[in-house]
Ligand binder design. Sequence first.
Ligand code: NDP
Ligand code: GDP
Length: 326
Amino acid sequence: MANALITGITGQDGAYLSQLLLEKGYTVHGLLRRSASADVIGERLRWIGVLDRVTLHDGDLMDLSSIIRIIDRVQPVEVYNLAAQSFVHASWQQPILTGNVTGMGAVNVLEAVRIVAPRARFYQASSSEMFGKIQEAKQSERTPFYPRSPYAAAKLYAHWMTVNYRESFGMHASSGILFNHESPLRGIEFVTRKITDGVARIKLGLASELTLGNLDATRDWGHARDYVQAMWAMLQQDTPDDYVIATGRTVSIRDFCAIAFGYAGLDWQAHVRTSAAFMRPAEVEVLLGDAGKARAKLGWAATTTLEELAAEMVEADLVRHRAARG
Ligand code: NDP
Ligand code: GDP
């Protein structure tokens, strides 16, 4: 059986990608950073039902020697670099950490692959945030980048280093420029999950209000389960390349509120407040992706509508809060 290594295996995408690769017959290995809260590590992998089917290796993206040792031991045929400080808002508070982990961390993985497993295929988790202040109404692989946060600038560095390693060393290194993707496993600080969690709490009488930031921004949101399929498909191509992965529909935070609250039979306007605390120093107002290349070359297309995604997320948060309430 072929070995695959996932950095960021404990995150949202790590869980869905582990599930997909196990279904496809891979032996799945993951990089696990040490935490004092060891009891909650692996919660997403447990939720999705794969925690006891993956092998976790202690290491950190910032510790090149640990990555070299793990890749040398595992000898993966595919390496998925999903680890990052991934929350845009936090990147203004921790710009140096974000640069180190999200930017330089990718180079650590590229270097480790180059040194001990140069034939392994490499995937970099690039982001639509790199388009930032958009230069075209619909963003494709040809759209110029304009990062608007320390997170986006760090991702752009990692993105170009992936291209550079491909061109310099002939590595099979691909980059997925993924637009926002969500699921019941999305971090609670991201706006969709914050909203579906709020809907569940309000529905169950555990809260009456939800405080958000800019309701006018729009995002092209898909389901993480669909998006990890695209990651895998990129590494099955004969030649490495970069691909935009998106749904082609953009919806405002306000309209996502209407969808999620509406699903639970609630009027969002009766419950949602706004606060400057959740506004950003520089905002990405609109993101809308053109995944035509992925459709043509990978045969990939999103299969989950935003309404289906919101419903799944609200249902999962209702289950969580009912279970916690006992
Ligand atoms: P998450 O925030 O859910 O997961 C991030 C992962 O990175 C976690 O496993 C985290 O570990 C790990 N990590 C963070 N710092 C380190 C470190 N120093 N060493 C080792 N591991 C570390 O992100 P997602 O799953 O949502 O996203 C996956 C990737 O895709 C990220 O790189 C993200 O930036 C990128 N991306 C995501 C998009 C989205 O909409 N979800 C869109 C475009 C790109 P721990 O559990 O210990 O915190
Ligand atoms: P991002 O696209 O990676 O930054 O994903 P987020 O889910 O964090 O944010 C998406 C958009 O929602 C951004 O334009 C935010 O400004 C906006 N937003 C509005 N209110 C909130 C909030 O309370 N939390 C977060 N995280 N984002 C919010």
